[in-house]
Design a protein around this ligand. Sequence first.
Ligand SMILES: Cc1ncc(COP(=O)(O)O)c(C=O)c1O
Length: 434
Amino acid sequence: MSDHKALILDETRKYHLDQQGDGRFVPGVTPIWPSGAVLDADDRAALVEAALDLTIAAGDRAQRFESRFAKLLKRRKAHLTNSGSSANLLALTALTSHVLGDRRLRPGDEVITVAAGFPTTVNPIVQNGLVPVFVDIDLGIYNTTAQRVADAIGPKTRAIMIAHALGNPFEVAEIAQLAKDHDLFFVEDNCDAVGSTYQGQLTGTFGDLTTVSFYPAHHLTMGEGGCVLTSNLKLHRVVESLRDWGRDCWCEPGKSNTCLKRFDHQMGRLPAGYDHKYIFSHVGYNLKATDLQAALGLTQLDKLDGFVEARRRNWRRLREGLDGVPYLRLPEPTPGSDPSWFGFIISVDPEAPFSRAALVDFLEERKIGTRRLFAGNLTRQPAYLDVPHRVVGDLANSDFVTEHTFWVGIYPGLTEEMIDYIASSVREFAGSSR
Ligand SMILES: Cc1ncc(COP(=O)(O)O)c(C=O)c1O
């Protein structure tokens, strides 16, 4: 490392310390965000170093991140993307590829998913001309169940795509088995659950394809970013192609002729020997991330275990702090799971003498940030009113969360003092101070 670079990085770390403030928490004044990035001097220095190196596109850092992240989630391949939504789009779109032959998903085929959650778990189904089949969730765990998914399988069902709700695993082993038994593809949206386990196995390791988000609210951040993981080498090539403009070539950025046949291919109706770099075997996108994002991802990855532990610790403290508060339904881990929580979800009993709106207002006035279970029942959102879909059973619980549920933060940036303030504020509001 040059002297100039070492000096700049040293100064960057000092600058980071300057930015820290006194860290004092003033109840009712200091915001308690529901989620946020936790960035230290290493993160700041890594970003500055990548900028100094002018690695502005995807390169060595992106490859290192992909390889470390694939190992962590025990998948053979990981592909960085510019967001978790892009990762979902790539994962589902990959299932429509011609390389899958008769198993490919075709317009009108059905994909089972959950009505209450984040829209971009469902959007790729619609964007590919497929039909979402919505199942309901169970309250308390806020996930669907293997039984509900089994009941939804019909003659047109070809795939299952579900997210782990707020970090709480769904019955992923049983649903993976259902997919296997019925010859369905299974996409696991692990955007909110990195580090969670189900029956002792990490979530994100069950699906044919898994997706992750690195938006600042998530367990690891790159600012914006995401990842698709798979151990299926056919799907890996399709995801890569779709991410990289649809090209057939798999050379890393800046490389040529990895296949050693760059000018020997004949595909489509192109002349023989057409440059493989410019042969397009899919109608693709450009959804790549950059090395600047990956630089941050690498330093964040070093801290993942601590982040997961802090999320669990904060969740437990808040759970204990709120135990017994009347009229509130507190969250429960799915049996057999150890969640790496994304947030702390609370439902207000419809019989309560107060409404969700009143409780949320009270908390927000105290600078305690709240969020909804994302879209709530997606079929009630304006964008989806005319989207062709099927509902299996009813969506009573999805409606319930749309009307009675919200969540507050437990992310690693929150201190014990903040968690205790959330608990005492909720207790005060519900009229049961201890
Ligand atoms: C379950 C789930 N899937 C996908 C996404 C989309 O991720 P991104 O914001 O990186 O596009 C989110 C976003 O929070 C999410 O919660």
